[in-house]
Design a protein around this ligand. Structure first.
Ligand SMILES: NC(=O)c1ccc[n+]([C@@H]2O[C@H](COP(=O)([O-])OP(=O)(O)OC[C@H]3O[C@@H](n4cnc5c(N)ncnc54)[C@H](OP(=O)(O)O)[C@@H]3O)[C@@H](O)[C@H]2O)c1
Length: 266
């Protein structure tokens, strides 16, 4: 059976690569796409991929008028939550690739997913190597009580911290909060330089030309430290297999799950 997908952000850097990957798959089809710039066109004309015959709409509401099984969110953090809630209202399963949603957003989305009895899979990073970084960090956090996260990205990335850093912090919060030797309120000088405390981790975001996307976590013990680091290349290729897997798996559960490993045997 073909899985019918509504893809928001189908003309973007990540969404267009996913659309092309879907065009090559046998079991997934895009039935509607969302992009304001290319509204009223055929997606295949925009992406020079004749197998993508679906229409492009300016709004998620118009696109969701097409019956579909999965809504894929790959736009921008400021519209992602309302797009996801609109899809759930139509009783459609949702994959969230967009980064920048807050813990409060996820709480609201989890409630809506339960209410409508649909699955939502939110994946801050679809790359297999990031899934492994998360797993290794979870193991380390069981043994080492102090860590900090550094999130590196290109200068024009607007959301901070990255979805990868947020998801990492959230996952480690399920194990324990990172301990601070000097509590933040006792810091002398400019407290902001200690980073943001998110879900029990200190996170430091660096935005500079010369970087692509990297995530680093440093675990510290007296006289020893462990650094786990992931570096993304410039193409969207690493995300595609994970994104296709998410589309195939999201209808297999109800409620919100976070991280690709939540649907993998690891
Ligand atoms: N989870 C992962 O592994 C992963 C991987 C890569 C990227 N991401 C995240 O995915 C998101 C998209 O990244 P990107 O680099 O592809 O961005 P991008 O190149 O700027 O593309 C954004 C897409 O969303 C559409 N869009 C933007 N605002 C919209 C709105 N208000 N209504 C409808 N459509 C809108 C854009 O089309 P129009 O401007 O024409 O509307 C475009 O198609 C970001 O949050 C990024 O961090 C996650």
């Amino acid at each position: 059976m073909t899985i019918r997908v509504c893809l928001a952000g189908a003309t973007g850097w990540a969404g267009s690569a996913l659309a092309r990957a879907i065009a090559q798959s046998d079991d997934i089809a895009i039935v509607a796409a969302v992009s304001r710039t290319h509204a009223r066109r055929i997606l295949g004309d925009v992406l020079a991929e004749p197998r993508l015959t679906c229409p492009v709409y300016a709004t998620v509401q118009e696109a969701l008028a097409h019956p579909c099984d999965v809504f894929f969110e790959f736009t921008k953090p400021d519209v992602a939550k309302s797009n996801v809630l609109a899809a759930l209202q139509q009783r459609v399963h949702v994959v969230i690739g967009t980064s920048g949603l807050t813990e409060a957003d996820y709480t609201e989305i989890a409630t809506a997913a339960e209410h409508h009895q649909r699955g939502v899979l939110a994946v801050g990073n679809f790359a297999l190597t990031v899934v492994l970084l998360q797993k290794f960090a979870e193991i380390a956090a069981r043994y080492i009580p102090q860590w900090e996260i550094i999130d590196y990205a290109h200068a024009d990335k607007k959301d901070a911290p990255s979805g990868t850093a947020r998801e990492l912090a959230f996952r480690l919060s399920q194990i324990r909060p990172s301990e601070l030797t000097v509590p933040l309120e006792q810091i002398q000088g400019a407290g902001e330089t200690r980073g943001a405390r998110i879900a029990g981790s200190q996170i430091h975001s660096i935005r500079l030309p010369g970087y692509t996307i990297s995530a680093e976590i440093i675990f510290g013990l007296p006289d020893q430290k462990l650094t786990l680091r992931h570096d993304s290349g410039a193409s969207a290729q690493p995300y595609l297999d994970g994104a296709l897997l998410a589309i195939r798996k999201v209808s297999s559960f109800v409620g919100l799950r976070r991280g690709l490993d939540s649907v993998l045997e690891m």
